[in-house]
Write a protein that binds this ligand. Structure first.
Ligand SMILES: Nc1ncnc2c1ncn2[C@@H]1O[C@H](COP(=O)(O)OP(=O)(O)O)[C@@H](O)[C@H]1O
Ligand SMILES: [Mg+2]
Length: 642
């Protein structure tokens, strides 16, 4: 088996990521991971962010869209409340130094006078109490709204994340069977766990929109008060914001893309370690494996910590730049020979405006950084959402009863990228109630043929006919019981495993027991709680032969019209195989059987035997006609045994 381990990413001109190469000599296949999108030009990154936002909007439900608008509104209200509270506190500052100054504000003296304070309380203190009360009320209201907003924002983000996660899982499950055979399960699982990035992106989008609106609102109000100073301030903040963004965006996109690939790689390595533990122990490779994994973690840790710097970057830079700006203006004004009053007046105004405008700019820019951090992952998520679908989503196909026969006529099928067809103009008849044998060397196309009848793959050309009528596996399915070579066991009870084909329905225990008997399951008494014993990953360990018998019981549970055995007994010892053989033969009269076999005595009882070779049927007839010839051919082929 090959363990894949991440070879540190090559230095990219765009991202500037350079990671150390591991020492030579690891007995592990090193896999080169590229950062595919890091070479994207700047304008494409820009386009993609809005493009993603649009896609989010398209995918979101009507309820989520409404929630988004309501959240924007709430965010703006709270933003304005925050400004009011801040304004109130500055007013308090004025009042503390000279309470009489408050009389300049309209309404305040009137309200203060109307409050039934004892007569000796001076008017200034009354006004102070009113201002204080307003601040308390505004703070409490703002915080109550903030609590509600926090809850709603999380609710919205979770709704978006889970809705998209569900959509992605559904698109995986409805993808063509062949697509699944080409995927890595660790990678798919990691992708499904990326839902959290969808919530980060959704909230960042919301923050960006609302903080930009608040910033515009603030800017307009100060523009009115002092146009020249505001324009100067706006231009300076905008200049720094654009510079920070320009510097950070490509770096961040590159780092995040690398982290995305590391995430996938990490899942793969862990999965390989866990699944390959037997070989790791046998070949004494634990130290080498862990050593290589430590190196991988080291690289991962380094770029992950670098990435975490970026969301805070706007605040640190803008704040420092803001302070420096005040100093520059001060020095400039001193240089111009302005009076103390003029200079302090201007500086105070500048400080007050930037104090309000900067947090909004910080939050908006921070949100863009968060979006860039999640962007590569969200992009992959959205691309996978477009996984081509083969079967109608969720809805069940009709069951197609079969009266006389199933016919595959002149069927050809090639796997993607294969140079030869796996099935080459095959015509294959399954008459009802017969037992059909399918023999042929490894790779001759037997399983592919069964996949066509199972509706897992669709032929390129040729026709599928059931009782002489064309059959489209996309719309209807035959009632098939399928016993594969390697059974997938659920981590559940034996009964649940057997009743798989009736998932979601109450389990018919009598039927489970009957199927166990038919499948020659003779180990029920050895199980602690009989058919309720948990088998599978964390349950009782069954031997290969026992697992196969569970597979047969599962296939029989749904009362199938046809039963497929795809080399199902090849892992069993002869005794167990003979027992199952007897079961299969006893089913002969009541059910149509298709037996794909490795050992020839398994098909000796068949009514018809098809001999497949290189995707073609080379011979068909009774076992007495076909088997001796096949055996003779095998004897002449080196390496092939019966
Ligand atoms: N999922 C797949 N993707 C690509 N090629 C495949 C796939 N499954 C089987 N093949 C190829 O198709 C041919 C027939 O395979 P298969 O039907 O499994 O043979 P058999 O069951 O007779 O051993 C082989 O050459 C095999 O390599
Ligand atoms: Mg096979």
């Amino acid at each position: 088996m090959a363990f894949s381990l991440l070879l540190p990413i090559r230095k990219s001109a765009d991202t500037g990521i350079r990671l150390p190469l591991p020492d030579k000599g690891y007995p592990i296949t090193l896999l080169l991971v590229r950062i595919p999108s890091s070479t994207l030009p700047h304008f494409m990154l820009q386009y993609k962010l809005t493009h993603i936002a649009k896609q989010f909007y398209t995918i979101a439900s009507t309820a989520s869209r409404r929630q988004f608008i309501w959240l924007c509104f709430l965010n703006i209200i709270i933003g304005l409340f925050e400004i009011c509270v801040a304004g109130g506190i500055s007013l308090l500052g004025v009042a503390m130094s000279s309470p009489e100054a408050l009389t300049r504000f309209p309404l305040l003296p009137v309200i203060a006078a109307s409050i039934p304070f004892p007569d000796q309380v001076p008017n200034a203190l009354r006004m102070l109490a009113v201002v204080m009360t307003c601040i308390v009320i505004a703070t409490a209201a703002k915080n109550a709204l903030l609590a509600y907003l926090t809850w709603l924002q999380n609710y919205f983000a979770q709704s978006m994340a889970w809705a998209m996660g569900e959509k992605l899982f559904q698109s995986f499950l409805t993808a063509p069977y062949l697509w699944h055979t080409r995927q890595n399960s660790a990678e798919l699982l990691t992708t499904l766990n990326w839902k959290s990035h969808i919530s980060i992106f959704s909230v960042a989008l919301l923050t960006l929109l609302t903080q930009t609106i608040i910033a515009i609102f603030l800017f307009s109000s100060v523009l009115f008060a002092n146009p020249v100073m505001s324009a100067f301030l706006f231009c300076t903040i905008a200049f720094f914001a654009i510079a920070i963004h320009k510097y950070a965006q490509k770096q961040l996109y590159g780092l995040s893309t690398a982290i995305r690939e590391y995430d996938i790689q990490n899942a793969k390595i862990c999965m390989e370690g866990l699944h390959g533990i037997r070989e790791i122990i046998i070949y004494d490779k634990l130290a080498a494996f862990m050593d290589a994994y430590s190196q991988f973690i080291d690289s991962y840790r380094r770029i992950a910590s670098k990435q975490s710097l970026f969301p805070g970057l706007p605040q640190w830079c803008l704040e420092s730049a803001g302070m420096a700006l005040l100093l520059v203006v001060l020095l400039f004004l001193i240089g111009l020979g302005n009076s103390v009053a003029e200079t302090t007046g201007l500086i105070t105004l500048l400080a007050a405006v930037s104090w309000r405008l900067l947090p909004a700019a910080n939050k908006a820019l921070g949100a863009i950084m968060n979006m860039r951090t999640s962007q590569p992952i969200v992009e992959r998520f959205l691309t996978l959402l477009d996984t081509p679908q083969s079967i109608p989503a969720i809805s069940e196909r009709e069951l197609l009863p079969f009266g006389n026969n199933i016919l595959l006529q002149d069927v050809t099928f090639s796997y993607p990228n294969a140079d030869k067809p796996a099935l080459d103009h095959i015509t294959f008849l399954i008459p009802k109630g017969k037992m059909i044998g399918l023999i042929g060397p490894s790779g001759s196309g037997k399983s592919t043929l069964s996949s066509i009848i199972n509706g897992l793959v669709v032929p390129e050309s040729g026709q599928l006919l059931v009782d002489g009528k064309p059959w489209d596996p996309k719309n209807s399915r035959l009632k098939i019981g399928y016993v594969p070579q390697n059974l997938y066991l659920l981590d559940a009870s034996l009964a649940e495993n057997i009743a798989f084909s009736r998932w979601g329905e109450p389990i018919d225990e009598a039927r489970v027991l009957k199927c166990c008997k038919m499948a020659a399951i003779d180990f029920l008494e050895d199980l602690p709680t009989g058919i309720h014993t948990i088998i599978g990953e964390r349950g009782v360990r069954l031997s290969g032969g026992q697992v196969q018998r569970v597979g047969i019981a599962r296939a029989l549970y749904d009362n199938p019209d046809i039963l497929f055995f795809d080399e199902a007994t090849s892992a069993l010892d002869e005794g167990a195989e003979r027992e199952i053989q007897a079961t299969v033969t006893s089913l002969k009269s009541s059910i149509t059987l298709l037996v794909i076999a490795h050992r020839l005595h398994t098909v000796a009882e068949c009514d018809i035997v098809y001999w497949v070779e290189k995707g073609r049927i080379v011979r068909q007839g009774s076992p007495a006609e076909v088997l001796p010839e096949y055996e003779a051919a095998l004897a002449q082929t080196p390496g092939q045994t019966v």
